[in-house]
Design a protein around this ligand. Structure first.
Ligand code: C2E
Ligand code: CA
Ligand code: CA
Length: 568
């Protein structure tokens, strides 16, 4: 090969190498991931532009520096190991190393190595880095979500579990106690019914905010789901805990606002104490809940510390529910009928159907006790259907026997009414038995009427079918009377509490008379409940009350006795 040709070949070779190097460098340089090249001494030989973006350094600031200087202290050992393994030819990766940003903070990074082998010898390695702190931020967000209630932003049950373990251990070590305060809103479903789910959610947030304000720094506030809140209060003393609960209860006397409307809420509070009432969170939650139930059964809007005696009533309720579940199947339910007496004529042409439950374990249970249980557990639907069926069957039987026409009133729980299908159901069962619709009466409590959405349309449907509609326990609901005019109501039933001392208490007498006059002026009938004394009947008769029912005339009795007494 002559000189010229040799020169040419070398030029070509150099050009090819240059081209190759440029290609190679541009792969590194334009790579979106930060890449740092480290030589065998652990010094930085090269850094691409992405390094500047991610970690703030330009090449000239890094060139020649020891890579170890940029790694977080506690990871240095691991990282050295990692480097030496790479120099032995392995392409490996490592997560969670802390890489020092120029501005001074450590960023969490993922690193992968590519050993650069030249003629079988590894002179350098490329470190391909990825800033994972962004993902960590996402993780933090996920972490936040998994420990907080989304609606209120309060801690959730999961957080409670973890905090409890720590707090309980601390309490033991420092010989202190811990109280678990369980707060449950009273009758929150009436709020749900009247302003809907979204409105109720808003109120739940406001409740959370209000409790947060008074929660002391030794207390942590959790949402336990639904309308329940829990406070874990460290360094418990009875006085301290009482002070807090009293503060919360008194705060609830102020209204909550939603859409410029005032809503009054109250809450019932039950408290259990660690370690006196239990050593596990489950046990403490359960006992605080028993205390809450105890408060609710005794008028609500109060607080109680858990006591041993509360235990029995709770087990009974759970057991009773289990028995109630099978009451229909076991033929344990029966309807009794209480006559309603015409005060002017003494005639009886209507009755109220009242449930009786005779259970093999509990004996006779009052509906005042088991109806709330049935409502809570949802059993009210099957029980309510059963009542409708039996009453219609009864009316049909009496109709077929050609007894004089009478009417039977059935108590309808707001839960049944609320399904929206109630009118349809009534229509079907009336149609099925072929009874006169007006001989069938539905009693709906005043409070239930007030708070129900779509009340008017259901009532109108019932009216179209032709059933009789009465308002039960009238006078105990505390809202405006304007709805009386709007709703197609036939009968008002004056609540027993106004009749009770009517002969002694002028106020009650005045209320009863006002209700009677109101009914007259609206063209409705009026029935007084719970009449026990002659004198009461006399006062009512003179006030022009149409009918009365009560022990003075008769308690509720089985159908067979009704037939005996009133139809033969
Ligand atoms: P309520 O609708 O106000 O029924 C009247 C209650 O007063 C009945 O109690 C009745 O036995 C009682 N009573 C009648 N006359 C007198 C009296 O002169 N003095 C006194 N002190 N009490 C009298 P009961 O049967 O224990 O029912 C209690 C409540 O249970 C009822 O109150 C009603 O709300 C509910 N209930 C009863 N049966 C049913 C039913 O079939 N379905 C639904 N949803 N609720 C029912
Ligand atoms: Ca009733
Ligand atoms: Ca009543």
């Amino acid at each position: 090969m002559d000189n010229n040709r040799l020169q040419e070949a070398l030029m070509m070779e150099r050009k090819k190498r240059l081209e190759y190097e440029q290609k190679y460098m541009s792969v590194i340089d334009h790579n979106l991931d930060p890449i740092i090249t480290v030589n065998r001494n652990g010094r930085i030989a090269y850094a691409n532009t992405a390094v500047h973006k991610a970690f703030g350094y330009r090449l000239k600031e890094l060139s020649g520096r020891a890579i170890i200087d940029l790694i977080g202290d506690d990871k240095v050992g691991d990282f050295k190991n990692f480097l030496s393994r790479s120099f032995s030819g392995e392409s490996i990766e490592m997560e969670g190393i802390l890489f020092f940003h120029k501005r001074g903070q450590y960023l969490s990074a993922y690193v992968k190595t590519i050993p650069v082998s030249v003629r079988g010898e590894i002179r350098e390695i490329h470190l391909i880095l990825r800033d994972t702190s962004y993902h960590n931020k996402n993780n933090e967000r996920l972490l936040f979500l998994s420990y907080h209630d989304q609606l209120t932003g309060l801690w959730n049950r999961r957080a409670m579990k973890e905090h409890f373990n720590v707090d309980a251990e601390y309490a033991i070590r420092s010989d202190e106690k811990l109280s678990l305060i369980h707060l449950d809103l009273d009758r929150f479903n009436t709020i749900n019914d009247s302003i809907g789910r979204n409105g109720a959610d808003e109120i739940l947030k406001r409740v959370a905010d209000r409790i947060k304000v008074v929660c002391p720094k030794e207390g942590k506030l959790y949402r336990n789901g639904g309308d329940e809140y829990i406070i874990l209060l460290q360094n418990h003393s009875i006085e301290k805990t009482e002070k807090l609960t009293q503060k919360i209860l008194s705060d609830f006397t102020k209204p909550f606002y939603f859409n410029h409307q005032e809503y009054f809420l109250s809450s019932s509070i039950g408290i259990s104490v660690y370690p006196d009432d239990g050593t596990s969170l489950e046990e403490l939650l359960q006992k605080a809940e028993q205390a809450v139930r105890y408060v609710k059964e005794r008028g609500r809007s109060h607080y109680r510390f858990y006591r041993e005696e509360m235990n029995t009533s709770f087990t009974d309720a759970a057991l009773m529910e289990a028995h109630l579940r099978r009451a229909i199947e076991f033929n344990e339910l029966e309807l009794h009928y209480q006559p309603q007496v015409n005060l002017q004529t003494g005639e009886i042409d209507s009755f109220e159907a009242l449930l009786r439950w005779n259970n093999r374990k509990f004996g006779f249970v009052s509906p005042a006790e088991f109806i709330p249980l049935a409502e809570e557990s949802g059993l009210i639907h099957s029980i309510g259907d059963w009542v409708l069926e039996i009453v219609c069957r009864q009316l049909k039987e009496w109709q077929d026997k050609q007894f004089r026409p009478v009417r039977i009133a059935v108590n309808i729980s707001s839960k049944q009414f609320r399904t929206g299908a109630f009118a349809e159901k009534a229509k079907n069962v009336i149609g099925k038995h072929g009874i006169h619709p007006s001989s069938f009466e539905v009693e709906i409590t005043e409070t239930a009427l007030m708070y129900m959405k779509d009340t008017l349309s259901t009532l109108q449907k019932l009216k179209e079918i032709g059933v009789t509609i009465s308002v039960d326990d009238f006078g105990t609901g505390y809202s405006s009377l304007s709805y009386l005019k709007q709703y197609p109501i036939d009968i008002i039933k004056i609540d027993r509490s106004f009749i009770k001392d009517i002969e002694l208490d002028e106020k009650n007498e005045a209320i009863a008379k006002t209700i009677i006059n109101l009914a007259h002026s609206l063209g409705m009938q009026v029935i007084a409940e719970g009449v026990e004394k002659d004198l009461q009947a006399k006062i009512l008769r003179e006030a022009d009350c149409h009918k009365a029912q009560g022990f003075l005339f008769s308690k509720a009795i089985p159908a067979s006795e009704i037939v005996e007494k009133y139809f033969t």
